[in-house]
Design a protein around this ligand. Structure first.
Ligand code: 0A1
Ligand code: ZN
Length: 885
C-alpha cells in the first residue's frame, strides 16, 4: 500500500549512485512462517563523485531489521534511520562492509514481488524494484555487483535450492535442513537476482556452443508437469543456436536453468542463468496446449534467453531506458519466430496486435514515449509502447541501415558496453558509429509519444511520364506534449502496373532504376517523391511489411484494394489490402446500423474472400489470416466515437453473410483439412499450425449457419481430436452457438477431464468469459464462484476478468454500466492483494474517451469510485489519477 504521497520520478533528475556494491553475499534461511535474509555488502564510494562521504541511503520496503553492522561493528538505534522505503547509515570510510539481517514474510506475499511462495515453492520476482522487499540494497540497475547466494531450507520440503550462476557447494544442515551455495561470476544489478526452493523435477539436456564448450540446460517443474517440457527445451536450443548465428552471441555460464511457477505476474523473467517463467509460457504438449500456446512458449523462451545479452550483459542505466532491453529483445524474438515459422504470418499477427492495443495506449491517458520522461510506479511502464513500439523502433533502425549495417551496429554495441548499464542513446550511438550515419532526428521516436499519421496522395503526369507521391505527417497531442516535430519514417514501397507487376523504381535525379521495392525516408512534415519513366498511372503498394508504426492513409477504392489483395508481391500488404477493404465495408455497415437501415454487405468483400478460399497456391495460414475480419477492438481503435453495439452488430452480420454465401468453399476446405488432422499425429510446426488455423477459422464461420452437419462435425472434432487446438476451437464454437444442450455437455466433459490441469482450466474459463452471447456478466460472476477460480492467481484473473473486459466488448460495455461496476469492484479488491495485476486489469476503463457521453460518465464514475476507495497502491493510483486528469 502507498504509505507516503506518491512521488513522480523524472529522467532529467538522474544522478549516478553515491556508492557502489562490489560484492553481495546473501544467506537465506527459509522457514514456514518467516524468512531471514543476511546480506553482506562490500561497498565503496563511487569514484565518479568528488570527495566527501554523504549518507548512504539503501532501498528497503516491508523489511524488519534484525541486525545491522558497519565494518563488523553492530549499529545501535541512533546510528541509522529507517522509514517506509529506506535505511540510512553514515559511512566512515570510502570503503566499507555493511552487514544486515532482515526478517520477511514470503508466505503471506500475495503481490508476487520480492520473495514469495507459489504453491509449495519459494521463488522471486525482482524486476523492477522487488529486490528492496528482500533486503536493504541500492536497488537500481546501474549498481552492478557480484553475487554469492546461500539458501538454507528444510531438505524434505525443498530438496531443490537454486540461485544465479554456478553451483559451488551444498550439504546437510541441522534439524533436517540443508544448504546450497551459488556464485554468479557476472556483475549484475539486483533486479536480475533469483532464488528458487522447492520439490521440483527437471529435464536436462546439453547444448554445444559454436566455440565447442557444453552448457547444461535444465527445466525445473512440479512433478506432474515433467511430461510438458520438451517443447520448451527444443525452443531453448533453437534460440541458443539462432543467437550465435544471427547475432554472434554465445551463452556464458556452464548452466542455464528455467523454472516454471504457477503464480506469476507477467510472462517470464530473465534472471541471470535462472529464468523464472509463468508456467503458461513453458509447459506445452499437444493434448493440453494450443498451437498459439506452443508458439508463445517458443517466443518467450527465446525472449528470456536473448536477454542474456540484450539486458543482462548490457543492462539499463535507469528504468527510463527499459526499452533499451525490451524493445531490442522483442525485436530479436520476433525475428527468431519469423525464422522458425512463417515470416509473413508472424508479421501480420504482430501488426494486428500493435494496431489494436498499442495504438489505443498511445491515444489514451497513459500515453508515453518509448523512453518515458517520468513515472510514479515503474511497474506501470512495462507497456506495449515500451515493448512493442520499442521493437518497431529497432526494426526501423534495421530497415534504414540494412541487415549488414545493423549487425555491425549491434556488434559494436555489445562490444563497447559489455558489463555496463547504458541508455537508448548509447544504443543509437553504436548504430551511428558503426555505419557513419546521423540518427539525431530518428531519435524522436524515443522521446515523442503518440502514433504518427501519414497521409499520402499521388499524381500522375502523362506527358512527363512521372508519378509523384506526397507524404504529409502529423502526430496528435499526447498528455506529455502538444506539439510534435517530424519523425523519420521509413516507407518501404512498390508501384504496381496494370498486370500487378512491380515496376522498376527510378527517382528523379537517379540515372537508373534501383530495384522494384525500396525504402524512402520521409523526414519532413510534407515531402514529395517523384518517380520517372512511368508509362501509365501505377497503383502504389505503401508501407510494405508495415515498415513504420504509423497510421497510413491513401484514398484506395475497393476495386484497387481487391487488386492489391491478389497481386501485391508483398504478402503483408496483400493481407493489409484485405483488411482495409473489410474496414471500409464494415464501417459502411456500422453507419447503416446507426441509421436504423437494413444491413447490406458489399458483395465485393464476399468475392474477395471467395477468391482467397479458392487460391490453393496460397499458404493455408495466409488464407486463415485473410479470412479473419478486423476485430472489434481494432474497429473501436479506428473510430472517433466507438459505437460498441453497432460495431458488434455489423461484424456479426458480415460473418453470417460470409458463412451463408461461402458455405460451400468453407465446408470443402474444412473437411479437407480436418481429414488430414484426423490422420496425422500432432506436430508443432508452421505447416501444421497453418492447416489447423484454416480448418478452425472455417469451422467457426460454418457454425454460424447452424446446420446440423456442422454441429455434427464440431462434435466429432471435439471428441476425436488428439490436440488442444482442435478441441478448444470446437469448444469455443459450441460455447458461442445456440446449441445449449451440446454446449453444456461439452463444457462439463472438458472440465471433468482437465480439472487437475490449471492451464487448461484457464482456457475453459476464458472461452466462456469471452463469449459475446447475451448475459456475459452473469456468466463471468458464476465462473468466479467455480472452485478452480481464485483472485490470487494472475492467470485466473486474466482468463476470466481480462477476457471479459478485454475481448467481450458488447457485454463489458453494457449500457447499464454493470460491466464497469464489476471491473471497478474487482480492481479495488485486487489492489489490496496484487497491485500490479489490479493496475493492469484497469486498462479498459481508462479508454473512456472513446465512447458516447453516457458510457463516458459511467466509466469515469467508476474511476472516481476507485480513487475514493482509499489505501490505493501507487500502481493503481497512477493509472486512475492519470485517466481522470
Ligand atoms: N523482463 C521481463 C518482464 C517482467 C517484468 C516485470 C516483472 O515483474 C513486475 C516480471 C517480468 C521480460 O521482459 O520478459
Ligand atoms: Zn523482456
Amino acid at each position: 500500500m502507498r504509505t507516503e504521497q506518491p512521488q513522480v520520478i523524472h529522467l532529467k533528475d538522474y544522478k549516478a549512485p553515491e556508492y557502489l556494491i562490489d560484492e553481495t553475499h546473501l544467506t537465506f534461511e527459509l522457514f514456514e512462517d518467516h524468512t531471514l535474509v543476511h546480506a553482506q555488502l562490500i561497498m565503496r564510494r563511487n569514484p565518479v563523485h568528488g570527495g566527501g562521504l554523504p549518507a548512504l541511503v539503501l532501498d528497503g520496503q516491508q523489511l524488519e531489521l534484525v541486525r545491522a553492522a558497519l565494518d563488523d561493528e553492530p549499529l545501535q538505534a541512533g546510528d541509522y534511520q529507517i522509514d517506509a522505503g529506506s535505511l540510512t547509515v553514515q559511512p566512515r570510510a570510502a570503503q566499507f562492509t555493511l552487514d544486515t539481517t532482515v526478517k520477511i514474510h514470503p508466505e503471506t506475499n500475495t503481490a508476487l514481488e520480492g520473495l514469495y511462495k507459489s504453491g509449495k515453492m519459494f521463488c522471486t520476482q525482482c524486476e523492477a524494484e522487488g529486490f528492496r522487499k528482500i533486503t536493504y540494497y541500492l536497488d537500481r540497475p546501474d549498481v552492478m555487483s557480484i553475487f554469492t547466494t546461500t539458501v538454507i531450507a528444510e531438505q524434505h520440503r525443498y530438496p531443490v535450492l537454486l540461485s544465479n550462476g554456478n553451483p559451488v557447494g551444498s550439504g546437510p544442515a541441522e534439524d533436517g535442513r540443508h544448504w546450497a551455495t551459488w556464485e554468479d561470476p557476472f556483475m549484475k544489478p539486483a533486479y536480475l537476482f533469483a532464488l528458487v526452493a522447492g520439490d521440483l523435477w527437471c529435464v536436462e539436456d546439453t547444448f554445444t556452443r559454436q566455440s565447442g564448450r557444453d552448457v547444461t540446460l535444465r527445466i525445473y517443474v512440479e512433478p506432474e508437469n515433467i511430461d510438458k517440457c520438451d517443447h520448451a527445451m527444443v525452443s531453448l536450443k533453437k534460440s541458443m543456436r539462432w543467437d550465435e548465428e544471427v547475432y554472434g552471441r554465445e551463452y556464458d555460464l556452464d548452466i542455464f536453468m528455467i523454472v516454471a511457477v504457477n503464480d506469476f505476474n507477467m510472462g517470464a523473467m530473465e534472471n541471470k542463468g535462472l529464468n523464472i517463467f509463468n508456467s503458461s509460457c513453458v509447459l506445452a504438449r499437444a493434448e493440453t496446449a494450443t498451437d498459439a500456446a506452443h508458439q508463445r512458449v517458443e517466443a518467450v523462451v527465446a525472449h528470456e534467453y536473448f536477454h542474456n545479452w540484450s539486458g543482462n550483459r548490457v543492462t539499463c542505466r535507469d528504468w527510463f531506458q527499459l526499452s533499451l532491453k525490451e524493445g531490442f529483445t522483442v525485436f530479436r524474438d520476433a525475428e527468431f519466430s519469423a525464422d522458425m515459422n512463417s515470416r509473413t504470418v508472424k508479421r501480420i499477427e504482430d501488426v494486428a496486435y500493435l494496431r489494436t492495443h498499442q495504438f489505443a495506449e498511445d491515444a489514451g491517458p497513459m500515453a508515453h514515449p518509448v523512453r518515458p520522461d517520468s513515472f510514479i510506479e515503474i511497474s506501470n511502464f512495462y507497456t506495449l509502447t515500451v515493448y512493442e513500439k520499442g521493437s518497431e523502433v529497432v526494426r526501423m533502425v534495421r530497415t534504414l541501415l540494412g541487415a549488414e549495417g545493423f549487425r555491425q551496429g549491434s556488434d559494436l554495441y555489445f562490444e563497447r558496453h559489455d558489463g555496463q548499464a547504458v541508455t537508448t542513446d548509447d544504443f543509437i550511438k553504436a548504430m551511428e558509429d558503426a555505419n557513419g550515419v546521423d540518427l539525431t532526428q530518428f531519435k524522436r521516436w524515443y522521446s515523442q509519444a503518440g502514433t504518427p499519421r501519414l497521409e499520402v496522395s499521388d499524381a500522375y503526369d502523362e506527358a512527363a511520364r512521372t508519378y509523384s507521391l506526397t507524404f504529409r505527417q502529423s502526430c496528435p497531442p499526447t498528455p506529455d506534449k502538444a506539439e510534435k516535430l517530424p519523425f523519420v519514417i521509413p516507407v518501404e514501397l512498390g508501384l504496381l502496373d496494370a498486370q500487378g507487376n512491380d515496376l522498376p523504381l527510378q527517382l528523379a535525379g537517379e540515372s537508373s532504376a534501383v530495384g522494384s521495392t525500396r525504402v524512402l525516408s520521409v523526414t519532413e512534415a510534407e515531402q514529395t517523391f517523384v518517380f520517372q519513366g512511368i508509362e501509365a498511372r501505377p497503383l502504389p503498394s505503401l508501407l510494405r511489411g508495415f515498415s513504420a508504426p504509423v497510421k497510413l492513409s491513401f484514398p484506395y477504392d475497393r476495386d484497387q484494394l481487391m487488386f492489391l489483395m491478389q497481386h501485391d508481391s508483398d504478402g503483408f500488404n496483400r493481407w493489409e489490402a484485405g483488411q482495409q477493404l473489410a474496414v471500409q465495408v464494415l464501417q459502411e455497415l456500422i453507419g447503416q446500423h446507426q441509421l436504423g437501415q437494413a444491413l447490406q454487405l458489399d458483395p465485393r468483400l464476399l468475392k474477395a474472400l471467395d477468391t482467397v478460399l479458392g487460391d490453393t497456391s496460397l499458404d493455408a495460414a495466409m488464407v486463415a489470416e485473410m479470412l479473419s475480419l478486423p476485430g472489434e477492438g481494432y474497429l473501436t481503435e479506428i473510430s472517433q466515437v466507438a459505437d460498441v453495439d453497432a460495431i458488434h452488430a455489423a461484424r456479426e452480420f458480415a460473418r453470417r453473410q460470409i458463412a451463408e454465401h461461402l458455405f460451400e468453399p468453407l465446408w470443402t476446405r474444412y473437411q479437407a483439412n480436418r481429414a488430414v488432422s484426423r490422420n496425422t499425429a500432432y506436430v508443432a510446426s508452421a505447416e501444421h499450425f497453418a492447416r489447423r488455423s484454416l480448418q478452425n477459422i472455417a469451422l467457426s464461420y460454418l457454425m454460424l449457419s447452424v446446420k446440423p452437419q456442422v454441429l455434427e462435425a464440431t462434435l466429432e472434432q471435439f471428441e476425436q481430436c488428439d490436440n488442444m487446438t482442435e478441441r478448444l476451437t470446437a469448444l469455443a464454437v459450441l460455447v458461442n452457438s445456440p446449441f445449449e444442450a451440446e454446449r453444456a455437455k461439452a463444457l462439463e466433459s472438458f472440465a471433468e477431464h482437465f480439472k487437475d490441469n490449471p492451464l487448461v482450466m484457464d482456457q475453459w474459463f476464458s472461452v466462456q468469459a469471452a463469449s459475446t452471447l447475451p448475459g456475459g456478466l452473469a456468466r463471468v460472476k458464476a465462473l468466479m464462484q467455480h472452485p478452480a477460480f481464485t483472485l490470487k492467481n494472475p492467470n485466473k484473473v486474466r482468463a476470466v476478468v481480462g477476457a471479459f473486459a478485454g475481448q467481450n466488448l458488447v457485454n463489458f460495455h453494457a449500457a447499464d454500466g454493470s460491466g464497469y461496476r464489476f471491473l471497478a469492484d474487482l480492481v479495488i479488491e485486487l489492489n489490496a492483494l496484487n497491485p500490479q495485476i489490479a493496475s493492469r486489469q484497469l486498462a479498459p476503463l481508462t479508454r473512456w474517451r472513446k465512447y458516447d457521453a453516457a458510457r463516458q460518465a459511467l466509466m469515469k464514475g467508476e474511476l472516481e469510485r476507485i480513487l475514493a476507495a482509499g489505501e490505493l497502491s501507487s500502481d493503481v493510483y497512477e493509472v486512475v489519477s492519470k485517466s481522470l486528469a
